[in-house]
Design a protein around this ligand. Structure first.
Ligand code: CIR
Length: 262
């Protein structure tokens, strides 16, 4: 069993009616809640199909982006850590997530600030925790995370998210113990030295945000060249519609917290 992609639990949150006001870098249209909800149900069914228990939280109307639960917490085998989102409209989502983690985890710690850090900037591999500084995650946030996880003997490595990329994991995912799926623009920084890297095909950078969840590799639908390459490499591909989340710069990792509680 690999702690970095074998999980017994996930947390998701239903999309709110207010999702139409969700943050986006470029306006490519308003997300359709019915379509979003249908994709979200498919996503939850895929997680459950691996045998995991999925906790589906009620929508939070006050937080348009709260369906993207990944940014509010970091779930490790040893403990859960409540994040401090750098987007002002998302700061309160972290406090809303805390009681749900407390029900499932023995240890829950919290980023108190002044720094900021969002879960989307954190890639947990078998050997380390990679954190990409971004417009949402700064050095103070990374330093606070580093000091919390040091109590558990865990290593954090600070790296950079490319300019104009929302989160570090917008451009990469873990495929297995040794292998990362990445865009070329992210990997060229050298941040994955020592790992095997498979690249998204040209023009399909948007599928770098996928998730390995137990035996599945869950990818956004519509990126067939990369899906074929990963299928040939032996991964068990499951494609989920992501047209509406993509309008808000969201992808497969953002929609869940994945963990095996201690
Ligand atoms: C945001 O800008 O915060 C949301 N519209 C999208 C968050 C996506 N989360 C993620 O990549 N972990």
């Amino acid at each position: 069993m690999s702690k970095s992609y074998n999980f017994t639990h996930a947390i998701c949150r239903k999309p709110a009616l207010s999702i139409i006001d969700g943050l986006r870098a470029i306006d490519t249209g308003t997300p359709d809640l019915d379509v979003f909800s249908s994709h979200h149900e498919d996503y939850i069914a895929a997680l459950k199909s691996t045998g995991a228990q999925v906790h589906v939280l009620e929508a939070l109307e006050d937080y348009p982006d709260s369906v993207f639960v990944e940014d509010a917490a970091l779930c490790l085998p040893e403990l859960a850590i409540v994040m401090r989102p750098g987007a002002p409209t998302r700061l309160g989502e972290a406090n809303e997530m805390a009681p749900n983690l407390q029900k499932l985890y023995g240890v829950v710690r919290k980023i108190e600030g002044p720094g900021f850090i969002e879960g989307g900037d954190i890639l947990v591999t078998e050997r380390e925790i990679l954190v990409g500084k971004s417009a949402r995650t700064n050095s103070d946030g990374v330093a606070e995370l580093k000091s919390i996880v040091a109590d558990y003997g865990l290593q954090v490595r600070e790296v950079e998210t490319p300019p104009d990329v929302l989160h570090f994991k917008t451009d990469c995912s873990l495929l297995d113990e040794e292998t990362i799926l990445s865009t070329r623009r992210l990997a060229q920084s050298g941040c994955f030295e020592g790992y095997q890297v498979l690249y998204t095909e040209d023009g399909e950078e948007a599928c770098a945000n996928s998730i390995r969840f137990n035996d599945l590799l869950i990818m956004p639908a519509g990126f067939n060249k990369t899906a074929d390459m990963l299928d040939r490499a032996g991964y068990n591909i499951c494609q989920i519609g992501n047209s509406e989340a993509a309008k808000l710069d969201g992808g497969m990792s953002c929609l869940s917290l994945r963990f095996t509680p201690s």
